[in-house]
Design a protein. Structure first.
Length: 230
C-alpha cells in the first residue's frame, strides 16, 4: 500500500495550494496567509494559463445545486472516498499503474471532500458539509458546449480535479493495453493449439499436396487412374 504516499502527497499539495490562494490564519502559530482576492487572476503564460481564484458551491462546470443536493453531494463524496480506499486495498496485488491510478483518484476525492466538509466551518460562511470547493487553474484550451452552456475557456479547476482526471486516464490506458495483450495471448494460444494438433497438421499436409498436384486425391493416390486399371 505504498501508493498511499501518492494519495497523501496529492491531498497535502491540494490543500496547501488552496490555502495559498484563498488565504487563512492560524492565530496560535502566529501564521497568516494573505491569499488572492476573489476573482483576481495572475497570468502565468499570458492568457493561455493563469491563476484565478474562484469557489464552486455546486458540482462540476459551475452547476449550482440546492441545499439538499449539496448535502447529498458531500455525503456521496465521503462514501465514494471510502469505497475507493477499499477498492485500492482490494487491488493491492494489481499492477503498479492500476494502484497508482486509484491512489490519484482517491487523493483527488479526499482533497475536494475536505473543502466541502470543513471549509464552510473553518472560514465561517457555512455549516458542516456545505463548504465551497476552491478552484484556481484557469486554462484556455478550446471552446465547447455542455449542459446547454458554452464555455470559452476550460472550467477553472484545482489539483484534486487534475488528480482524478489523471487517475481515470491511467486506468483507461491500462485497460486498453490489457485488452490488446489479452487479444494477442488468445491468438497465440489458438495458433499453438492448431500447431500441436497432429490431425490438423496431417490434413494441412494433404491439402498442400493436393493443391500442388490436383490429380491426387486426399489419400495422396491417383484414384482416377487406379479405378481405370481395375
Amino acid at each position: 500500500m505504498r501508493v498511499l504516499f501518492a494519495t497523501f502527497f496529492i491531498v497535502i499539495a491540494d490543500q496547501v495550494s488552496k490555502v495559498m490562494v484563498k488565504g487563512g490564519a492560524v492565530s496560535w502559530l502566529n501564521i497568516k496567509i494573505q491569499g488572492m482576492e476573489y476573482g483576481h487572476s495572475i497570468n502565468i503564460f499570458g492568457d493561455f494559463f493563469k491563476l484565478t481564484f474562484v469557489e464552486n458551491p455546486g458540482i462540476a462546470f459551475g452547476i449550482g445545486v440546492n441545499e439538499t443536493t449539496k448535502l447529498f453531494l458531500s455525503l456521496f463524496t465521503l462514501l465514494a472516498s471510502i469505497g475507493i480506499f477499499y477498492y485500492l486495498w482490494k487491488s493491492r496485488h494489481q499492477k503498479l499503474i492500476v494502484r497508482l491510478a486509484i491512489a490519484c483518484i482517491l487523493g483527488g476525492a479526499i482533497g475536494n471532500l475536505i473543502d466541502r466538509t470543513f471549509y464552510g466551518v473553518i472560514y465561517g460562511y457555512e455549516k458542516l458539509f456545505y463548504g465551497h470547493v476552491v478552484d484556481f487553474f484557469n486554462v484556455d484550451f478550446f471552446d465547447f458546449t455542455i449542459f446547454g452552456r458554452t464555455y470559452e475557456r476550460w472550467p477553472i479547476f484545482n489539483i484534486a480535479d487534475a488528480s482524478v482526471t489523471i487517475g481515470v486516464v491511467l486506468l483507461l490506458i491500462f485497460h486498453k493495453s490489457h485488452e490488446e495483450v489479452k487479444k494477442t495471448e488468445n491468438e497465440e494460444s489458438a495458433a499453438e493449439m492448431i500447431s500441436s494438433d497432429p490431425i490438423s497438421n496431417e490434413n494441412n499436409d494433404i491439402i498442400e499436396e493436393v493443391s500442388a498436384n490436383p490429380s491426387l486425391d486426399s489419400d495422396g493416390k491417383n484414384s482416377y487412374r487406379e479405378e481405370n486399371k481395375n
